[in-house]
Ligand binder design. Structure first.
Ligand code: HPA
Length: 238
């Protein structure tokens, strides 16, 4: 089974909200739907009701394990720090920095006797990412490559000094969810390609403060990415 995990701009898409199922995993409950043989999981729950620092990431990933998912395209709304990925565009994430804290971010948390240090030299599945990129280009879209995502804890947005520091650390985009989720997906051995789409310039980079794209533009962008993700996961890579 193949899956899409989506967040802002995606979790209100009526195509997925119909036929939502509830699944109780050993880490708690989550919600998903299956549309055209692809499992869709709204990471903030249907209707976007859970903030990033309160998401039950382990239940979400455990649900994918329980349902036999082996490939995921995970989609993230972000703020832009560099011009590699500017607002209104999307691209593949190559690497991440995780600054989130106080989250359940591992399956190897000492509750079993296994101590495991999962390698993260290659955090995302390159072949799956390449398939997504090919489908994006073939459908007339341009995409950014090699983005570095920094994960903050949230839910507050950043200060300008923080964003400057993150740029100096090598981050191109900022968000509040990828690090935790990508860590668990990799521990679970699920292939994952991460796609970021920018909805604002990060703090201090826009004279107007932080201003987000209009809902309509966000939804259009999200829809484009989902279409490409569906094509990629269905094996239609023409
Ligand atoms: N900061 C953190 N997370 C975000 C942002 C941002 O500017 N935009 C979208 N998600």
């Amino acid at each position: 089974m193949k899956a899409i995990i989506g967040g802002t701009g995606i979790d209100k898409d009526p195509r997925f909200l119909e036929n939502m199922e509830r699944l109780v995993t050993k880490y708690g409950e989550t919600y998903y739907s299956v549309v055209d043989d692809i499992l869709y999981l709204p990471r903030h729950r249907p209707g976007h009701s859970v903030p990033p620092h309160m998401i039950n990431y382990k239940a979400n990933v455990q649900a994918l394990i329980d349902l036999g998912v082996d490939e995921v395209i995970s989609i993230y709304a972000v703020g832009s720090i560099t011009r590699r990925l500017s607002p209104g565009r999307f691209g593949l994430v190559r690497d991440f920095i995780d600054l989130a804290y106080s989250r359940e971010n591992t399956f190897f948390d000492g509750s079993t006797r296994e101590v495991r240090h999962t390698p993260f030299v290659v955090p995302f599945d390159r072949m799956l990412g390449a398939r997504f990129a090919r489908n994006a280009i073939n459908s007339g879209n341009s995409l950014a490559l090699d983005c570095v995502y920094i994960t903050t804890n949230g839910p507050r947005l950043e200060t300008p000094a923080e964003i400057m520091a993150y740029r100096n650390m090598g981050a191109d985009v900022v968000g509040m969810t990828l690090g935790t989720e990508a860590a668990l997906l990799k521990e679970a051995g699920i292939k994952n390609a991460a796609v970021a789409y920018s909805i604002n310039w990060a703090a201090g980079l826009d004279a107007e403060g932080v201003s987000f794209l209009e809902d309509e533009s966000i939804e259009r962008l999200a829809r484009t990415i989902i279409d490409i993700a569906q094509k990629t996961l269905c094996g239609n890579n023409a």
